[in-house]
Design a protein around this ligand. Structure first.
Ligand SMILES: [Zn+2]
Length: 272
């Protein structure tokens, strides 16, 4: 599932390729997504130019030269492809026709969505308005974190909470806590100040490295979960159950547990 670095990689790709492009027409191939694609999208955006592509958490926002904007969520398997000519593929949902190129959104599992908003309303929409700060921004700081120290939850669940910090998911939370040497099951109330510092540093380091790597993997005008997921090869704990810990080597193997219905990976020697 795409998390912040993957969505940012997609954003950088789109920014490079469709900014200032005029939308000649839009074809809805299959409206069935998490929320059905509304018909208005095809005429409200007709002749409008894409002026900005922003990201907030795991959401992408396209701002247009007229009064409109669209919000994209990639869900589990949503991805874009950019082609000169359109060739149908199963699970294609919408095609944006520009002068010399076509942008297609495809989503096999259909957990993604595309919603149309008035530009002035998009930042106040229910998906965006309660999101916590961007983890790479300076607002995500020690003093901000300290406001949440009385939360009656585990540290992994706090990091996963989009209202606490936007954009982190299951994969990066395991990686962040491994790097911070903190067990994912620790209660937030037991986290010390020096540990907050470690977590914040790990968040910023891991996400920015992942964005750097993601940016190098885009090729053939295809951006997909699989393709930008290349840097999953570099993961230290996620998906490594039963394999030797990469930090303490042969002393311990990575364990997996299910936390709030999601897999968590950790080393019981390196993390306390
Ligand atoms: Zn270890």
């Amino acid at each position: 599932m795409p998390e912040l670095p993957e969505v940012e990689t997609v954003r950088l790709f789109l920014k490079k390729n469709i900014i200032q492009e005029k939308t000649l027409s839009i074809k809805i191939e299959n409206p069935k997504l998490r929320f059905p694609i509304v018909k208005e999208i095809s005429y409200k955006l007709c002749n409008a130019i894409v002026t900005k592509i922003l990201r907030r958490g795991k959401y992408l926002l396209f701002l247009y030269s007229n009064d409109y904007a669209v919000l994209f969520h990639l869900g589990m398997t949503g991805f874009f492809r950019l082609n000169e000519l359109y060739k149908f593929r199963k699970h294609d949902h919408i095609i944006f026709n520009f002068l010399n190129k076509k942008l297609i959104f495809n989503d096999v599992r259909k957990f993604g969505f595309i919603k149309l908003y008035k530009k002035k309303e998009i930042f106040q929409c229910s998906h965006i308005k309660n999101l916590g700060p961007e983890p790479l921004g300076c607002e995500f700081s020690i003093s901000y974190f300290q406001n949440y120290l009385s939360s009656k939850t585990t540290i992994k669940n706090l990091l996963m909470n989009q209202n606490f910090v936007a954009g982190l998911g299951n994969i990066y939370c395991s990686e962040i806590l491994f790097r911070s040497r903190i067990l994912p099951t620790r209660l937030v109330t037991t986290i010390k100040e020096e540990e907050i510092i470690k977590i914040i540093k790990a968040v910023k380091k891991i996400l920015s490295n992942a964005i750097k790597l993601g940016g190098t993997t885009i090729k053939n005008f295809v951006v997909s979960d699989q393709e930008v997921g290349y840097f999953k090869n570099k993961l230290m704990v996620y998906g490594r159950e039963g394999l030797p810990c990469l930090r303490c080597k042969n002393k311990n193997v990575i364990k997996k547990l299910i936390q709030s219905g999601r897999s968590t990976f950790f080393c019981s020697k390196c993390q306390i």
